[in-house]
Design a binder for this molecule. Structure first.
Ligand SMILES: [Ca+2]
Ligand SMILES: [Ca+2]
Ligand SMILES: [Ca+2]
Length: 231
């Protein structure tokens, strides 16, 4: 079957990021992709699920600690305190951009899964070599190792290293893993559709992370949104 991407092709060079934050994310991801990924197969990622799951769940105490009024969500003020305590030196504008990007139901509160996605994006963005805060540690070594795995997984999927995962890249990754089983194409499609939240045909790192929190079951998204699945 055709349509599988070779490593050298880059048909999406001209893809235009929708926001400034997305542009930064894509840039950071392209930089990381140039360094390569230690991930060799999709199975390797799946094998790491339990460890990632455990590490992210442990993050709940951090979440609760920063949810100062204990209302189950982190608001922009609480997030600023959080960045301050973790010594993440982002400009106020950057913090607000991140907040809005991750607050997917737009109620000005970070739920646990949104908070995790946000921290992971921070992890990716803070390695910007031009930034003063480069190489600063978040002081969360266990979590950072997990974020590194997630970045590595995305880099593995993004064969043409443009900072996005396309449908054909997803098919390619799954095919590599399952060595041509009949159902693998369908599995790849399903996984891709689960990830491509805004249905624009391409998956950003943020979308990948949200899908991931759903796969391991730590999302707080209302069930209605996931309803009437066509199996
Ligand atoms: Ca709160
Ligand atoms: Ca790509
Ligand atoms: Ca998308």
């Amino acid at each position: 079957m055709g349509g599988v991407l070779g490593k050298g092709e880059s048909p999406r060079k001209g893809w235009i990021p929708e926001t400034k934050l997305e542009a930064k994310m894509v840039e950071a991801m392209q930089r990381r992709a140039a360094e390569g990924s230690s991930m060799k197969s999709f199975n390797q990622l799946i094998l790491k699920f339990p460890k990632i799951d455990e590490s992210l769940r442990n993050c709940k105490t951090i979440f609760e600690q920063f949810d100062e009024d204990s209302n189950g969500a982190i608001d922009p003020e609480e997030l600023k305190h959080c960045f301050h305590k973790l010594e993440i030196k982002f400009a106020e504008e950057e913090i607000i951009d991140l907040f809005e990007a991750c607050d997917i139901n737009a109620n000005m509160g970070m739920k646990f899964n949104e908070f995790i996605v946000l921290l992971c994006l921070v992890y990716l963005l803070k390695e910007d070599p031009t930034a003063l805060h480069a190489k600063s540690k978040m002081g969360l070594p266990d979590l950072e190792a997990t974020f590194e795995t997630l970045v590595g997984a995305f880099v593995f999927l993004d064969k043409n290293k443009d900072g996005y995962v396309s449908k054909s890249e997803m098919v390619h990754a799954i095919n590599e893993t399952t060595s041509g089983e009949r159902s693998s194409g369908r599995i790849a499609m399903k996984r891709f559709e689960e990830m491509d939240w805004d249905k624009n045909g391409t998956v950003t790192f943020k979308e990948f992370l949200f899908a991931f929190t759903r796969w391991i079951g730590i999302d707080d998204i209302e069930e209605e949104e996931m309803g009437d699945e066509n199996v």
